[in-house]
Every structure is written in C-alpha cells, then in structure tokens.
Design a protein around this ligand. Structure first.
Ligand SMILES: [Zn+2]
Length: 536
C-alpha cells in the first residue's frame, strides 16, 4: 500500500526500440501496451516508475528503405520515428522518455563510453573476418544455422562478407552469464525462455563482430572511437539505449537512481531478440563493469487473422486505425486480455468485437450504468451512506445482502493480491480475469439483492430502506475499486468511471482500502462507457 513514510521504490522498465524502416504494426502495439500496463500498475501501487521507449535508427534497413523512397536516411528516420512517438496518443501510452539513437548526443556519447569501457577490459579486438551475412537480420550466420543454405528467418541467400572488423570477446563471459541467469539475479520470464538461453550459452559462445566498414554501412551509424573507417554494429549501439537514456555518459543522478542503484531494471522484448538481450547485452555490461538488467520478460508474436504479420504479405494491421475506429481502450483490452502475454496470439476482428461487446459493453458498461441510474432514481443522485454498524457496513445484521455483500467485498478486496501476483509474472490477462470476476460478482449482487424490490418496500419497511442504502453504497465502492484496478489497462474508461462516480481522477493514498468512497457524493451520469458494436 501507499504510505507517506515508505520511500518509494524505483522501477525502470523499457520496451525494445523498434527499427523505424516502416510504420508501426499491431505487434509493436502489443509490446507498447503490455509495457505501459506494467508501468501504470507499478505507479498505482506506489513505485517510482520510469518507462522508456524509443527508436532504433542506425540500422542498414533504414538506409535501404530510404534508398527505395529516394530520400535521405535522416529524413526517413525523422518521419518514421514521429509515427512511433505518436503512438503515445493513439494507444494512450505513459512513457516518460523516448530516445532516438541517430540524433541524440546523450546516446552517441553513452555508447562511445560503453565501447571504450569494453575495450579497456580487453574485450574489443580487430580481426579479419569472412562470413555469411544476412542484411535483413543484420547478423552473420554459421553454416549449420542456415536452412537449405538460406537465412532461417528471411529465406534469402546470404552475402559473403570479408573485411576487418572489431570483435567482442563474448566467449569469456559464458560462466558468469550462466551464473547470473541460473541464480535469477538476471531473471528471464517465462521459464521456457530462460531454459533456451541457458542451453544456448552451454553449447558454447562465439565472439561476435561489433563493427562494420563505413562503406558497407553506407556511412550511416555511430563511428567507432578512434577508427573513423568503422561504424558500430547497430545492435551494439541499440542495446546501449537502455543506459544511454539514463545519462550513462555522465553517470549522473538519473543513472544512479534508475540503473546502478535500482533493484528493478526491467526489459520487455519479443521472442525474436532474446539472444541479443539475454546474452550479448549482459556480456557487454559485464565487460564494461555496469550492473545487469534484473528482469527480461519475453512476449510472443501476434498474427493477424491467423497469418504472420509481414509487409510483403500486405496484412499489416494498423493499430492507429483500429484505435480510431473502435477506441483505444477497446484495442488495449483485446491485446492485454485475449492474448496470453507469453504465448503467440492472434488479432481477429470478429473475436475483438465479441470480446468488446461481452466484457466491456455488457459487463462493465452495464454495471456502471445500472448503479449510477439507481443512485439517481432512489437517492436523487447522491450516494447514500451504508446503514448498519458504521465500522462494519457489511455486518450480517444487514440481512440477506450481508452475506452477499461480504462475497462482493471479498472479491473487490482480493483484487490487490491477485492483480499484483499476475503483474509480477507480466500476465495482464490474469489480472484482467481477476478484475472481471469482481465485475461479475457486482452484477450478480445486483440481481441477488434486487434493489428495485427494496425500493418498493422501503417506505413501510425500515430494514428494506437500510438495506437499499447499503447495497448501493457497496456497488459504488466496488466500482471505485474496479476503476482503479482497471486503470493500467483501460485508463480512459477508468477515469470516466471515477468521473461518473463524482470522484477526481487518479488514486489517493489508501485508495485500495474498502470504504474510502465518501458517502454523500453526487454521481455525474455521463455517456455510455462502451456503446455496443453490431457485427456485420
Ligand atoms: Zn535474415
């Protein structure tokens, strides 16, 4: 719980920074919304959160995309980085920082410092190298990793590249990486990904190239310190963003607060880039003498209508378009509830509309509407105080709705434990299932206690009158808690619920206790929370 005297715990969470060679698709939306939900939950429970994202701009892919369009690379990345930044509005993201790797001195200075620190440890050496290189992946492959002689990911023929490059001595760090991961000092979630990483390391680590000739990089990228003919391999520079954004260049207070002195350094990434984050990146940090991330959460991929998302297939589902057409909260809800975060999931329009109508419109929207209009009808729009023993508003003496009220209160108060436990596992689908259990319990409570019948009898039956006020208070209080707990996932709807209950937005100290709703407050009936969609 939030307490004045308790120092708030720092919590740093990042998304991967996407290549900006094309518009964002639904897969990006999944990662951003998932990370945003964790960040918002952590703020709500009282942590001091810093949520960071950005754009990976020094990739050869961006050079190629700009060449196809006939515009300068900088113009392409400027334009496309803007499209990713704009997701802040379309997806209602709460990130605190957005780092751009091609233009920001804090990044360039920071990765140069990181490079030099690895060099001082003796882990950076120049060697002649000849290998098979995939431009799509921007990485070298060994013969035995190929599929029919082609890139396993892109199924294209690889280029034979021969040049002098700098190499990072990854092989030196196998034991220390295994130790960090095995002991959960570097926690990899879920367990299946942890096992994959450990077995990859145990098969033996090979040093990897961390620079390219300036010519092959088309002059695009961050120059290697002291060797202007070479630019840094884009992954070396991109991974650095997690600390350069915190001013690693100067190791200022920001860096100490959120990295070196922070027990929560969390990366959220997709399953395709685990090796870079769980092997290369921690090895670079070990070499540079910088603490490792503490947690890496790996999510699955999204397909669209059952088909893998790819630009060539032309099935890139546009999250901006979906959010405009159906609402940001509706899209966020689907991504967080209908897709299990550790598994692959699918975006299907029919299923999206079905979930929207059933969960958001029929259950949550309807509950709010019922409760606010009953407060209007029976109490002139002012929420009554519960009657009964004041310190125990749900005491059995309140009669039949006492037991039912206890069930409802248990469902609402049980949310804290269930949501926190789920979010510690990065499982918003389970957190939302818990919240919808409470919403279901509240709807059932209305049906079981029949406030309309109590209202009919209340002039002649004082007990019915007392019960009615208690029932409505309990429902309003449950909605208040539901609004707070659902705010990390559907923030705009949560605010609208609070507004309709006559409450200010945001959570105050003690928000998670029962009985915090101030009786005597006037409700503010508003528009329908989630108007139903008709399935064509
Ligand atoms: Zn490839």
């Amino acid at each position: 719980m939030i307490g004045k005297d308790v120092a708030r715990s720092p919590y740093y969470i990042t998304t991967a920074i996407p290549y900006v060679n094309a518009r964002p698709h639904i897969g990006h939306a999944l990662e951003f919304v998932l990370t945003d939900a964790v960040a918002r939950w952590r703020r709500l429970r009282g942590d001091e959160v810093r949520f960071q994202t950005g754009s990976d701009e020094n990739s050869l892919k961006n050079v190629q995309a700009a060449e196809r369009e006939g515009i300068p690379t900088q113009a392409l990345v400027d334009r496309n980085a803007g499209l990713y930044y704009a997701l802040r509005d379309s997806l209602n993201l709460s990130f605190d920082d957005f780092i751009r790797t091609s233009v920001e001195p804090r990044h360039v200075d920071g990765v140069k410092k990181l490079w030099l620190a690895c060099e001082r440890s003796g882990d950076v050496t120049k060697r002649a190298y000849r290998g098979l290189y995939c431009v799509g992946c921007e990485q070298f492959y060994a013969e035995d990793e190929l599929v029919d002689g082609l890139c396993p990911d892109h199924l294209i023929r690889l280029e034979i590249v021969e040049e002098e490059n700098y190499f990072f001595r990854l092989s030196r760090y196998a034991d220390r990486l295994i130790d960090a991961i095995d002991s959960n000092r570097l926690r990899i979630v879920p367990q299946t990904r942890k096992n994959e990483v450990l077995s990859f390391i145990r098969r033996g680590l090979v040093d990897f190239s961390i620079s390219r000739s300036k010519a092959r990089a088309h002059g695009w990228g961050i120059p290697v310190p002291g060797d202007p003919d070479q630019v840094m391999y884009v992954w070396f520079d991109a991974l650095g963003n997690y600390i350069t954004a915190l001013d690693y260049a100067n190791e200022s207070e920001l860096f100490q607060r959120y990295w070196s002195g922070n027990p929560n350094r969390v990366h959220v990434i997709g399953k395709g880039i685990v090796r870079f984050h769980a092997v290369y990146w921690p090895a670079m940090l070990l070499s540079a003498g910088v603490p490792l991330p503490t947690t890496i959460f790996v999510h699955g991929y999204v397909t669209a209508e059952g088909v893998k998302i790819s630009k060539s297939l032309g099935n890139v589902v546009d999250p901006v378009d979906l959010a405009q057409r159906y609402g940001t909260d509706a899209l966020r809800y689907y991504l967080l509830r209908e897709i299990r975060s550790t598994d692959d999931g699918d975006f299907a329009l029919e299923r999206f509309i079905r979930a929207y109508n059933a969960d958001l419109a029929d259950q949550l929207g309807n509950l709010l509407n019922r409760v606010v209009s009953m407060v209007g009808r029976y109490y002139g729009g002012v929420v009554p105080a519960p009657q009964g023993v004041p310190s125990a508003p749900l005491a059995p003496r309140a009669g039949v709705e006492g037991t039912q009220g206890t069930h409802l209160m248990d469902a609402a108060l049980g949310l804290h434990r269930r949501v926190d436990e789920a979010m510690n596992r990065f499982a918003p689908h389970d957190a939302l299932a818990a919240i919808w259990d409470a919403i279901g319990a509240a709807n059932k409570y209305v049906d079981d206690t029949e406030p309309w019948a109590l209202a009919k009898r209340r002039r002649t039956d004082p007990l019915a009158n007392a019960r009615l006020s208690t029932v409505l208070y309990n429902l309003v209080e449950t909605l208040r808690l539901v609004a707070h707990y659902s705010s990390p996932y559907i923030p705009a709807a949560a605010e609208s619920i609070l507004r309709q209950l006559g409450l200010p937005s945001g959570a105050r100290e003690g928000w998670s206790d029962w009985g915090r709703y101030p009786a005597g407050t006037a409700v503010q009936p508003g528009s329908v929370l989630f108007p139903k969609f008709v399935v064509q």
